[in-house]
Design a protein around this ligand. Sequence first.
Ligand code: CA
Length: 728
Amino acid sequence: MKYPLTALAMSALFATSALSQSFYDRHVLFANSAADDGAEYSYSMRVEPSSLETADGKFPVEHEHFVTPPNALRLQWTSAFGGDWQITTEIPRRYARQFKFEGDALSFWVYSDQEITRLNSPLVFLRDRDGNGTGTLRLVKDGETLPAEQWTRVTLPLAAFHEGLYHGTDDPKFRSEDMVSVTFMQGLDDGEPHTLYLDDFQVHDLGNHDTTPPPVPAHLEAQGADRHVDIAWQPSEADDLLYYKVYRSRDGEDFEPLGIQQGHVTRFEDFLGESDQTAYYRVSAVDLAGNESEVSETIAATTHEMSDDELLTMVQRACFRYYWEAAHPSSGLAPEVWPGDSRLVALGGNGFGVMALLVAAERGFVTRDEAIGRMQTILDFLDRAERFHGVWPHFINAETGKAVAFFGKYDNGGDLVETAFMIQGLLAARQYFDRGSAEEQQIRETITRFWEEVEWDWYRKSEDSDFIYWHWSPDHGFHISHPLIGWNETMIIYLLAIASPTHPVPASLYHTGFAGTSEEAVHYRQNWSRTTAGDHYVNGNRYYGIKLDVGCGSGSDLFFTHFSYMGFDPRGKRDRYTNYFENNRAIALISQAYAMDNPRDFKGYGEDCWGLSAGINTGGGRAVPRDDNGTINVMASLASMPYTPEASMKALKHFYRDLGDKVWGVYGFHDGFNESQGWYEEVYMALNQAPITVMIENHRTGLIWDLFMSNPEIQPALDAIGFEPDAE
Ligand code: CA
């Protein structure tokens, strides 16, 4: 099990050099909170008799006063003698996301009901990602005041923090480009209650005196869906474009600011919460100096109740857009996470993306010619990317094609699991692009070449090995030495290795390796699952009354039931251990039953809110309830659609109709959320968006299953393993 989101991975990433990030990410520290009550990524402390308003210890979110819609932070305090308080807003220190701020000043907007003088103003200090802090500054400069009842922009030169009042008057370790947080703390103990609203924290240059606004956004389009409106426009071409500001009117006359969108995205989702609602929209563009363009033309749209079929199409299309619109231009591949480093691309998630592209072409989200063009870009890139005995690395730099040793120095070679996920997608594409044009012929030939060049047998390590191994490095050989032992997401590696026309492994490895019961295999399962249940591959226990044939513990991360079964069709067949369609269904039903039982009383869990899988903020090992931290991964239940259509559709409607304003965005559902923590992730992940699109399609038409299974190499491999027909 290689959980991609561990603390280890995070430290490995932050140790790498600065990677590319958007203009917005280089300048914006805080604009809005996704949570309504307490801002995510904030924390506080208080010592009586001082008082400080918090939302469960977090920075309270203010909805009436703001600069960037729809909200701001609210700072409400009384500084008393002998007491103290501090409250901090921090950037999301998130997996695979680098923050390098550019500028020599920190600014934010403040609004107060009363005048704030230098003497009763709070103090401010900053920290960088390594915890190095600055000295403290007063928020109000000498001889100045913050006037009452108006927004004022406070600009603090970063150099001034080095001459702060208190601790560490000049800390040479603090690196402003690596700033992660702004902390407000008690100043003079005036004993008076105060309230400040704070918004739009940015890093920029003091010397920016630009007064030219960006061009007005043009060519707006708006589509009303079931509960929301999707608004899109043409980019406003300005080098210093920071964000777009969206205005809404319900009567076509009075427009209110609704929200902002980062400058490199030209799409916005507005949740109206009900069907048959009409709204009118206008969009402006705002640059780094704060200049706002005129507003665009007005566009209107009306929501309408959608059938289940229409909802499925809507979700499939939106999740596909992640690969279509957020892809790195020179590779055609989507980033590991977005917002994040656009150059960090993972092979596996993009193999799933290739399958989503086929769904998109079939359903007319893009034309066949557009899909062909994207396939050519992807295949050209994969051809010039590093391979190791025909095997791509886990992560590739989308500009250079070089391996990124994301999981540490030994992982700088081939990753057979990620490669197999890509090959699974490419083999489906080889069958889809079956026409006689030179372009489609070329696509087929290139895919066949990649497929035949993968040296599955090399990754067996030795000719008498019982296993296939995950990694090989030209510098470190088989140092990582991670054998592939199921049951987990890696079944497809054995299937493809046995099916390979050029570098196969014996079919017996499926039984000695993936399903093996040697001491090594049993210990491997025990080590990651920390249970003896299922440690001999087969399980046989019942959980919530549901029998589990195969798998460790009481179910598993649901991605185990998806990643190998997006192309491989498990229906109507069984090996000597189980029918994997039925086994996957059992795991999904156990997952739902667990959420209904909800032994740890997490907020939101229930019949329509279930599904645990690897993603941002998930618990780690994912044995339930031990490793569950209350985070729902949206993909987990939605990609289970073929196994549990009723339970998955319930989850889809709940996520969309009840939680949509928090969890739905420009690329469909965000990765996950945790209602217990008041936490709503804003990112999308390549490994989680496409499985939703693809598995919904397999549920609806079986398209990707049929394509993959029609490859002539697959059935003989299944026969050799001993798969036999099984009644549904
Ligand atoms: Ca705001």
